[in-house]
Ligand binder design. Structure first.
Ligand code: CP
Length: 404
């Protein structure tokens, strides 16, 4: 598409339709430059090696930022860069953790959170808005209720690149009901830390893992060989889709989807066949009770009534049956984790918050570290962070405590 062509006053993605309709695996190479990700649109763009690398960089950033010299090092690292936060769909965690991540790396940012306060109110096309942002900023982090918008913006930037015009990375911070790849990153990071089974009090021969192995002799470290339960609105939750696709990259993984038997609330046929093709085992039990004692991790989601307020068939759904209770939690394995992407409502009562298995507040905080790592990677600064750490920082500081 010629990036100089006029778009009109509304969001019109027709010029990108052919590209948007292709299979994800065909799109992925176009979102890279020189064997690195340029844009982040889908969770499937991350392979296990890159996930491990980003988790490692996130842990380093966490440790380095606690030290005054380390903090200054990070703050100077990308102080010549600017980022635009274009969030026209509501957000608390994603917006704030991206803001905090940018601050950690010394990157200045600006924001639009309500398009009616921008020239879109006067009829400017959102695509023109994004092109304007690319004139002033070096990265655009965006959330939209339109599923394909971030992806189309990545193609717009690639077209500008082909015309030797200024273009910048696009980061999808939540695309309609479609994908939330950076949420999946922070979920993977939290799960990785959980299944490292490390503790501040670990000693040779009597680590937390050694103790757990006495009760669970088959327990292994890492994400492979685990049973993951997803509870609630697994059909419409974009975080479920993005995380399930990443978990499918690990060996011997079982995914249990526990949701009401309604076509909008169960996983889609498309996702089911994609996951089965990746080699994961899928279970769809009726009740949480059927699997609560077996899962290694439970990912709870809220029912997203806002998507289908007019759908009468959803009125008879018994949502209560998909709420966690302290009694259910007491049946879980002692090391199992409970995650929730938030915002939550009544599906996890606050009485569960003090249970050591409740990891959702740690999970939200981890978003700041992994998003810092991702931004550093996209600006090709991840190698300098690792070098700073390995050059001596780790010898002089003992912040090597669990990230959770
Ligand atoms: N998990 C998540 O995306 O939260 P926000 O909607 O608050 O950003």
């Amino acid at each position: 598409m010629d990036p100089n062509s006029k778009e009109g006053g509304v969001l019109d993605l027709s010029a990108f339709q052919k590209r948007l309709q292709r299979a994800t695996r065909i799109k992925i190479p176009e979102l890279q430059r020189n064997d690195r990700l340029k844009h982040v649109i889908f969770s499937q763009q991350f392979d296990k090696g890159l996930l491990d690398h980003l988790c490692n960089v996130a842990s380093i950033i966490k440790q380095v930022s606690l030290d005054k010299d380390g903090y200054r090092f990070l703050r100077d690292l990308l102080c010549h860069k600017r980022a635009m936060l274009y969030f026209t769909q509501p957000s608390t965690r994603t917006f704030l953790s991206f803001s905090a991540a940018l601050q950690l790396l010394g990157i200045q940012s600006a924001e639009i959170r309500d398009a009616s306060f921008s020239s879109e109110y006067k009829g400017e096309s959102p695509l023109d808005s994004v092109r304007m942002f690319s004139s002033y900023f070096d990265m655009i982090i965006m959330r939209s209720k339109v599923p394909d918008f971030a992806e189309a913006c990545a193609y717009l930037m690639n077209d500008l690149d082909d015309f030797n015009q200024r273009n910048v990375p696009i980061v999808n911070a939540g695309a309609g009901a479609d994908e939330h790849p950076t949420q999946a990153l922070l979920d993977i990071y939290t799960i990785q830390r959980t299944f490292a089974f490390e503790s501040d009090t670990d000693k040779p021969g009597s680590s937390r893992f050694d103790v757990l192995r006495r009760k669970y002799p088959d327990l292994k470290k890492g994400l492979s060989g685990k049973i993951y339960g997803f509870v609630g609105d697994v059909g419409r939750g974009r975080t479920v889709r993005s995380l399930a696709q990443l978990l499918a990259k690990y060996e011997d993984v079982t995914l249990c989807f526990i949701s009401p038997n309604h076509p909008k609330l169960r996983i889609s046929e498309n996702l089911r066949s994609q996951l089965l093709d990746s080699g994961v085992k899928i279970l769809e039990p009726e009740l949480i009770e059927d699997v609560i004692g077996k899962v290694d991790l439970l990912y709870v989601t809220r029912f997203q009534q806002e998507h289908d307020r007019d759908d009468r068939s959803l009125e008879s759904v018994d949502y209560q049956a998909y709420h966690l209770t302290p009694e259910l939690v007491s049946q879980m394995k002692s090391y199992a984790g409970i995650l929730h992407p938030f915002p939550r409502r009544e599906e996890i009562p606050t009485a569960i918050d003090s249970d050591p298995r409740a990891l959702y507040f740690h999970q939200a905080r981890n978003g700041m570290w992994i998003r810092s790592a991702l931004i550093a990677y996209l600006f090709d600064a991840d190698g300098r962070i690792v070098s700073y750490y390995t050059r001596g920082f780790s010898n002089h500081h003992d912040y090597n405590k669990g990230v959770l």
